[in-house]
Write a protein that binds this ligand. Sequence first.
Ligand SMILES: [Zn+2]
Length: 313
Amino acid sequence: MIKNSKKLALGIDLGGTNIGAGLVDLTGKILKKKIELTQKELGPKKVIKRMIGMAEEILGNQKVRGIGIGAPGPIKKGLLISPSNLAGWKKVDIITPFKKEFFCKVILDNDANAAALAEKKFGAGKGAQNLIYLTISTGIGGGIIINGEIYKGFGNAGELGHMIIDRDSKFRCGCGNYGCLEALASGTGIVDLFRERFKKNGELNELKEITAKEIFRMAKKGDKVAEEVVNQALTVLGVGIVNYIHIFNPEMIVLGGSIALKRRKLVFPFLRKFVKKMVMPAFKNNVKIVPAKLGSEAGIIGAAALAFGAADS
Ligand SMILES: [Zn+2]
């Protein structure tokens, strides 16, 4: 059955491993979806062709109000510049091939912005007009929503993981700077902090395969070093959040990503307590710190949210 096109959007989530595509309605519900391996090594042309094929399969004769594409940043003037998890993709134009095929609005944005908008429209941030979304997993990304819309500044605002917390830190971030939030509090950062503790003792070899997940588990069981490392990372995260609160005064901080969500019983009480203690008096008691709600489908829903835009919120 062909539905009212104004109430539907197609969301495509291009990731380094998978491509997800879904037909999404105005309530954020996925009506139909497809997931395929990205196979990025085939190069952008072939991958984009397959993305278009997936879109055609999902849509059939169904028209939509727009197609949203969420992809790894950075993105500039509608081009994927050089995403770190799509090696070899440089200045790739995804929008034009889609427009040629579907004759509708096509909107491309980075996946963190898309997820931020999705949480605002359909998830934990429903009803809020100003929020900061942070995803904490291997890295730290995020998006800023101001007055209901993604805040882009001059184009690239929202690199929340690259707030420099400690310039004198020895931990180098993927961006080249030292002491970014991402370098100190992401999954990768937690592993680095932990390994550093054992470097001096020559015990490093045994830790080759250690993961952030394991370090959290050890901390829970009472391992002193793991506990200290986790506390250190969460403290840094708290410092970052206090900084965002002082700058943006959001109604809500929404935290997603495996570290925030799978360790939520530890992470949220820690951060709420820390932030309450550290923020200036005017900000006390008026910022909620909540877990993201959209889970593994946030990428597709977020991409569709781009196509719906802020107008319906
Ligand atoms: Zn950085």
